[in-house]
Structures are given as C-alpha cells and as structure tokens.
Design a protein around this ligand. Structure first.
Ligand code: DOR
Ligand code: ZN
Length: 349
C-alpha cells in the first residue's frame, strides 16, 4: 500500500477567488498548495477588459502570502458585444490566459454572458488564430430542458457545432458532469480538454437530498446520477492528457447557501488535493494523480510545469464544520468528514 506520494506542485485550472474580503479570506487555501490558478471572471461587474483583468490580477497577488509564489491566471468574460481585437491583444500581452463562455443566465454571475454563440463568432475567429483557449460552462439555459440534461443537450445543440466551425480552437469543457461529456471529450481531437471537480468525483445527485435538502452539495452543473460519477472517475484516473484538475471552488457565505433560494457552488479549496488523492487511491491509480494535477494542464495551455512539489501522506484528517473568516464563514466540502489523506509538505522552489 502506498502511504506517501510526492508530485510536482499542481495547478488549479478553474477556481472562483471572488474579490474584496472574500478574496483575502479564500486565496491562501489555494496559493498554499497550487502554484497557479485560472481565476474565473464572474465578478460583479465581470472582468471584460484588459484593465479590469490587470487590476484583478494585482488584487489576487496582493491577497496571497508572498512566500507561496502564487501566480493567478486571469480569464476574460465573454459577452455578446465583445471586441475580438481587444481579446486578442489581452492574450498577446499576457493579461488574459483564456476567455470564458458563460451562456447567459446559466449560473452564478452569468447575467452578462452570451445569449447566442453566433454573436461571438468574430471573437472565436480571433482566438483560434492566436491559439487562445476558450473555457466553456457547458449547459443550455433553456428552462424547458430538465436541469439534469442541460449538459448533454449543450453538447448536441451547441458544442458539436462550435467544434465543427472552429476546428483549430482550443476548448476546455469545464467541470464536466456526465458520461456524455466524457464520451464527447474522448472522441474529440487533441485541442479539446476538460476539467473535473472533486465533488463530481465524490457525490452523485442523491447527496443533495440525503435525509433532507443539502445546500452544500448544490453546485452547477448539478451532480448527476451514479453512472455519470463513475464515468468521470474513469476519465480522471485514465491517464489521458485531456483531463486535468479544476476544482471550481466557489465560496458563498453560509447564509447565502442555507437559504430559501441558496446559491450554487461548493467551497472545496481547503482540502481539494487530498480530496482528489482519495479518489485516485480508491481507484488504485495514485500513479496517475500527478498527470491529472500537475502535468496535463500545463501541456494543454502550453505553459511550463511547476518547479515545487507537494507530498501527501496517508493519515486521517478531520474536516472542520465551517471555515471561520469572521463575517464571511464558509462551509467547506467534506465538512465534518474524515479524509484519509493529508498534506505533509510543500516545496515552493
Ligand atoms: O456552482 C457554481 N458556482 N457553478 C458555477 O458555474 C459558478 C459558481 C459560482 O460562481 O458560485
Ligand atoms: Zn466555475
């Protein structure tokens, strides 16, 4: 039995770091472990300009402890009225690492998102030409479509057409939750990758209704049936370079979750890497963790791998019920559970 594993320092290719006091509260959980993170742009107002992206990057760097050597990677929030030349310039200047497509009203902070992908075709042309990745929240927003089917329907209605129209565009299908998404990514060419969250590897949709309504198991895309969870686990541990780590950690204060209309999002940053390690261990694939966490993402984005390392060891760890940030308390994923892995050491150089 493997009781200790050391991997290159990982990156988180999808996270919500928020802003202001919440940013200050949550960024150290991530910067302590991960060398880089793709910071989602769904702030209020969203990050739609080069200036806003530069300023956000500076605020994240200021909030992260300097000795963590943390590099935030900023994304551009696409709207129907985006200027492709501005997006291209932001990428060329190293301010935008990628652009994020939120279908309008698909999720938290997506009200300014894209109503029809045809509207951003000129932007996608520019991105394809310069090699800039498109990150997609892959759900249709049509309320006639059952919420558990919205990802699978998005593949048929939108994603297949997009890939056909832009065969040279790098696309990350973010936080995939279905067997259909796994099939799609497996069958697609090397320019199509996907991130997988820890929660979608651990829970199925029953978790939201276990003995009552469980707001802390609710995120978007919503967890699906067990067969989908199993397909995601198989993809994550497969060793395929198409799959990489993206936590989608999305903190909301406890009162915003435990409400009549609770916000979508799980806060998994405090123990994300241990949570993934648990899955890879259960699948007998700890040797595949480094690829998923630390190698496949940099290869997809064309970035160097990190210099530091993280050592995990097999040891029980009790997860606290709430992360205490004064007025901004947040319930972490796995709250109250015992995780059988813990972080033993991190080297930053
Ligand atoms: O559950 C989610 N929360 N899904 C998203 O797509 C957005 C995120 C958030 O920003 O809270
Ligand atoms: Zn997200």
């Amino acid at each position: 039995m493997t009781n200790s594993i050391t991997i290159r320092r990982p990156d988180d290719w999808h996270i919500h770091l928020r802003d202001g006091d919440m940013l200050a509260a949550v960024v150290p959980y991530t910067s302590r472990i991960f060398a880089r993170a793709i910071a989602m742009p769904n702030l209020s107002p969203p990050v739609t300009t080069i200036e806003a992206a530069r300023a956000y990057r500076d605020r994240i760097i200021a909030a992260a402890p300097a000795d963590h050597g943390f590099t935030p990677l900023i994304t551009c929030y696409l709207t129907d009225h985006m200027d492709g030349e501005m997006v291209r310039r932001g990428y060329a200047e190293g301010v935008f690492t990628a652009a994020k497509l939120y279908p309008a009203h698909a999720t938290t902070g997506s009200a300014h998102g894209v109503i029809d992908v045809q509207h951003i075709y000129p932007v996608l042309e520019a991105m394809q030409a310069c090699g800039m990745p498109l990150l997609i929240h892959g759900e249709v927003t049509d309320h006639e479509v059952d919420i558990f089917d919205r990802e699978a329907v998005f593949i048929e209605r939108t994603l297949k057409g997009l890939v056909a129209d832009f065969p040279g565009l790098k696309i990350v299908f973010e936080h995939i939750t279905t067997a259909e998404a796994v099939d799609f990514v497996n069958d697609a060419g090397p320019l199509i990758g996907a991130t997988i969250t820890p929660q979608h590897l651990h829970i199925n949709r029953n978790a939201m209704f276990a003995g009552g309504l469980r707001p802390h198991a609710y995120c978007l895309p919503v967890a699906k049936r067990e067969k989908h969870r199993l397909a995601l686990r198989k993809a994550a541990v497969s060793g395929s370079s198409k799959y990489f780590l993206g936590t989608d950690s999305a903190p909301h204060v406890v009162g915003a979750k435990e409400a009549a209309c609770g916000c979508a999002g799980l806060f998994n940053a405090p123990h994300a890497l241990e949570s993934y390690a648990m899955v890879f261990d259960e699948e007998g694939a700890l040797d595949k963790l480094e690829g998923f966490a630390s190698l496949h993402g940099p290869a997809f984005y064309g970035l160097p791998v990190n210099a530091g390392s993280v050592t995990l060891e097999r040891a029980d760890q009790q997860v606290i019920a709430q992360c205490d940030h004064g007025a901004l308390n947040v319930v972490p994923f796995h709250a109250g559970e015992t995780i059988p892995w813990r972080i033993a050491n991190v080297t930053y150089a």
